[in-house]
Ligand binder design. Structure first.
Ligand code: URA
Length: 436
């Protein structure tokens, strides 16, 4: 077998065999296949697609390219959660402590931001001293002690994905359903949980802009998860505007704390209640989704979710004083408004641009390894359906470099479309994908 033949097969729209897929993943992971050959195969997959059998084989081969975590020493049903990424998505920081407050063991590995999205690991690190790089034994100890650990992906989880994702990022092959499914699901399978809940984002701030493609992505992930032996449910969420009010690491950490205190934006609370309700159901808790949603809201109202978050911060060496005094989180020097110069109703937001502006002012990485400024970000004042008048503030840019902030103003203003006619507000949850 050789890689040239495998590339030609996919180029000519043939189905790859299990052996060919396993060969590619094994040899690429250990450095025997060059990046230019792997890129060529990725582009052929991007253009010609894969059958469900090929996607499943690719997912399993990638999940086995490193360590598969054994969480069997932790009692209870372990439900993992993953988001396909979006702008202002701080849901993990809120929903995981809420679910853990029911006694469901929570182990969640999160990525760092890349491109225009920010990652949960960076948002947690915006809390002074919070340690996201836990060793496996430390993670297991923490879960046994307080029921929750949030951490970065261990180096040896699906290393094939690490290499392939970096390559996709620079070869125009990110937005491919077979490649996204295998990337996400290989990490989930290797992370060892019993069940998987997926937040599949859709819209102008997500990889899948089109709802039909997002639905196909969700259905494929749900089928692949179930075929791999893990019950999987997908929740389609609307990313046609930023989720919540803030985008940027420390700002989102603060918003997560405020939400756990019962002062959250309605879209964030709704997504947390729905995702949390399904996670509880998968863990065998509750009789219906509606009841579970009320129970999640109850843990916000009683403050138990916040207390679980406090325990998590303390256990992972973070400064838990930020919970009662969020002003202790880093803040930026300047707050530059973006003003609208017409009357009407917000009809569309180019949400990716908001994420990109956060990166441009230093809140994200242009390249892996870049340092980030946790304090900067964007505050969203107007969302779809809002009535605006000349001179109203659409957004505030929180920045430490005033010149860079001002450079974003036109770019951000152009990201808003204004209609003269009233526009309806948009739903945060689009659909639930079960038993696809
Ligand atoms: N998230 C991932 O982990 N992989 C992808 O390919 C896209 C989103």
């Amino acid at each position: 077998m050789n890689i040239g033949e495998i590339i030609k097969c996919k180029r000519d729209c043939q189905e790859l065999s299990t052996e060919q897929i396993e060969y590619f993943i094994k040899e690429y992971t250990c450095g025997n296949i060059a990046d230019y050959q792997a890129s060529s195969l990725l582009m052929a997959i991007y253009l010609n697609g894969m059958t469900e059998r090929e996607i499943l084989d690719l997912t399993i081969a990638m999940s086995k390219s490193g360590e598969i975590l054994d969480l069997s020493s932790i009692d209870g049903v372990k439900v993992d959660k993953h988001s396909t990424g979006g702008v202002g998505d701080k849901i993990t920081m809120i929903v995981m402590p809420l679910v853990a407050s029911f006694g469901v063991p929570v182990i969640k590995m999160s990525g760092r931001g890349l491109g225009y999205t920010q990652g949960t690991a960076d948002k947690l690190e915006a809390i002074p001293n919070f340690k996201v790089g836990l060793e496996m034994d430390e993670m297991i100890r923490n879960v046994k002690r307080i029921g929750i650990a949030l951490m970065t992906q261990s180096e040896n989880i699906a290393p094939a994905d690490k290499k392939l994702y970096a390559l996709r990022d620079v070869t125009g092959t990110v937005e491919s359903i077979p490649l996204i499914v295998s990337s996400v699901m290989s990490k989930k399978l290797a992370a060892g949980a019993d069940k998987i809940l997926l937040e599949v984002t859709c819209g102008s701030g997500a990889f899948m802009e089109n709802e039909m493609r997002a639905r196909t992505l969700a259905e494929t992930m749900v089928r692949v998860g179930n075929l791999a032996g893990k019950e999987t449910i997908g929740v389609l969420t609307n990313m046609n505007q930023p989720l919540g009010r803030f985008c940027g690491n420390a700002l989102e950490a603060k918003e997560a704390i405020e939400t756990l205190k019962g002062k959250g934006e309605s879209d964030v609370v709704e997504v947390c209640c729905v995702l949390g309700a399904y996670m509880l159901k998968m863990a065998g808790i509750g009789t219906s989704i509606v009841e579970n949603m009320k129970a999640i809201q109850g843990k916000i109202d009683s403050g138990e979710g916040l207390e679980k978050f406090r325990e998590l911060v303390q256990r992972q060496w973070g400064d838990s004083r930020v919970i009662d005094e969020p002003e202790r989180l880093m803040t930026a020097k300047y707050k530059v408004p973006v003003l609208i110069d017409e009357d009407g109703f917000v009809s569309e937001i180019e949400t990716k641009n908001i994420g990109q502006a956060v990166v441009n002012i230093g809140g994200g990485r242009l390249e892996k390894g870049d340092t980030i400024d946790y304090s900067v970000g964007i505050e969203v004042e107007k969302k779809i359906g809002d009535n605006v008048k000349v001179g109203d503030v659409l957004l505030y840019i929180h920045a430490n470099d005033e010149k860079k902030a001002k450079e974003q103003v036109e770019f951000l203003k152009k990201s808003y479309k204004i209609s003269k006619k009233p526009v309806e507000k948009i739903k945060a949850i689009l659909d639930i994908v079960e038993n696809a």
